[in-house]
Ligand binder design. Structure first.
Ligand code: F0G
Length: 448
């Protein structure tokens, strides 16, 4: 049913409203970086859909069966069964979250100067590969800018082949859905072809599938296939050597992740590094409670009613913004609405952090927390200057999203007055998490 929440409340958390003056002070104290703001000062938190999920009554009850044994916990057995069933791989190595998997895989595959290709890396993988002195390179589909093109998450197959042929490529990572470019789905055909090409050149092909269930419902909708979500997921995971996921997304959990594979070749090294960095392979940095929540979450995420509700919420917000003339990436993706900040606020240059300026204004006017995906996150490697409004799973209602649209309407009226920003300090590898910024007031620039 349209615009009807598929869930009712059982546990609630109060939302606080602050005054404009209070929020201005908070922003200043936070160095204009919304990662530095306490959640009690946030009205609608769209910073991320990662780990911010509302768990179900079943997840909570399964959690109470937790077994916290160091080795051979029953909770691990349930986790293992569910993860295997989800991705159809023989071996599962648990990790505490997605970036732990990225770290382990980078240790194994990266070497100094080698290139890691992707349809688009997300921020943690991007930073980890740089840290390992590899070169992360994004090769998204050339049809990315075409509104009618449905699989904007795809990889550019021509560029993939050219890199594989001519450069020192360590491995290929397919991010499903393509988070940094709009939570956009990747077509099965594209994954299959990318996999075949990568195998032709003897390189490992890895799927980062933390939102693969959302990808599956969009694929089903666009291609009209008559298969279950689980079957669709299995057809994707068929085309990879290694699958990993952060279960903070489509695991509908608060923590967790795993690496999955069929081939025994990579398994001993992955297990060894997991023991060194994460924990014994029957818990991998996770508590029994986490593993129970994930085991149940990986089953719930396959429910089409749930997934339709999920993508409906995203498109509801997207359509509201579209109607009031805010430029958004269309068609809408699986977990978030992406606003093209550069198109919306034309007078601020990318290097003056146009998308961060919109992030700051959303908080200033409405206590809404969003995230910049652009020049602050990726520097010169940024493909677009976007603001992501990520919707936590089963957490907000349609009225919260209407409130977000109302704040956008106010911003639209006054957007020509917005200033750019400059960075006072930031860590070079993870600038968006750590930056302290200050406004670059036009009045000051004109005077100087
Ligand atoms: N891969 C993708 C595609 C992601 O979106 C993330 C995290 C990770 C890997 C890393 O997983 O957080 O469990 O270590 N994305 C979050 C986000 C943080 O806001 O999109 P993690």
């Amino acid at each position: 049913m349209e615009n009807f929440e598929l869930y009712k409340y059982k546990v609630v958390q109060k939302i606080n409203f602050l005054s404009l003056e209070e929020r201005e002070k908070i922003l200043e104290n936070a160095g204009y970086n919304v990662f530095n703001i306490s959640s009690k000062y946030i009205t609608v938190d769209l910073l991320t859909d990662s780990g911010t999920n509302t768990i179900s009554d079943l997840q909570l009850s399964m959690m109470m069966l937790f077994d916290e044994s160091y080795a051979g916990a029953e909770s691990f057995e349930r986790f293992l069964q569910s993860a295997k069933d989800f991705c159809n791989k023989r071996f599962i190595v648990p990790v505490h979250q997605g970036r732990a998997a990225e770290k382990i895989l980078a240790e194994i595959f990266c070497s100094k100067g080698s290139i890691v290709l992707s349809n688009t890396h997300f921020d943690t993988g991007f930073a980890i590969y740089k840290y390992k002195e590899s070169i992360p390179v994004n090769i998204p589909t050339p049809f990315y800018g075409d509104e009618a093109f449905l699989f904007k998450g795809n990889i550019d197959l021509d560029k993939l082949e050219s890199f594989l042929k001519n450069e020192n490529v360590s491995h290929v990572v397919m991010t499903i859905t393509n988070n940094a470019l709009g939570g956009q789905p990747v077509d099965l055909e594209n994954v299959a072809q990318a996999y075949e090409l990568t195998k032709k050149y003897g390189k490992p092909f890895i799927i980062d599938g933390c939102r693969i269930a959302e990808n599956a419902i969009l694929y089903k909708k666009y291609r009209g296939v008559n298969k279950s979500i689980k079957e669709i997921i299995h057809s994707y995971t068929h085309y990879c050597d290694i699958f990993y996921m952060s279960t903070k997304k489509d695991g509908i959990a608060h923590m967790g992740g795993f690496i999955a594979l069929d081939d025994e070749k990579f398994l001993p090294k992955i297990r060894q590094l997991a023991i060194l960095f994460e924990g014994f392979p029957s818990y991998g940095g996770l508590s029994g409670k986490d593993m129970e929540i994930i085991a149940q979450g990986l089953r719930e995420v396959l429910d089409e009613d749930y997934l339709n509700d999920r993508i409906n919420q995203v498109s509801f917000l997207g359509n509201l913004l579209d109607r009031i003339g805010v430029p958004v990436i269309k068609p809408f993706g699986g977990h978030a609405v992406f606003v093209d900040a550069q198109k919306f606020i034309e007078h601020i240059k990318p290097e003056d952090y146009v998308a961060q300026s919109l992030v700051v204004e959303l908080y200033r006017r409405g206590g809404i927390r969003a995230v910049e995906v652009g020049y602050l996150m990726y520097g010169k490697d940024a493909i677009r200057n976007l603001v992501r409004l990520a919707i936590p799973r089963r957490t907000y209602t349609y009225s919260h999203l209407q409130f977000v649209a109302k704040i956008f309407e106010e911003i639209k009226e006054n957007k020509d007055e917005l200033d750019g920003f400059e960075v006072v300090s930031a860590d070079p590898l993870v600038p968006h998490f750590t930056a302290i910024l200050r406004p670059k007031r036009r009045s000051n620039i004109e005077r100087s």
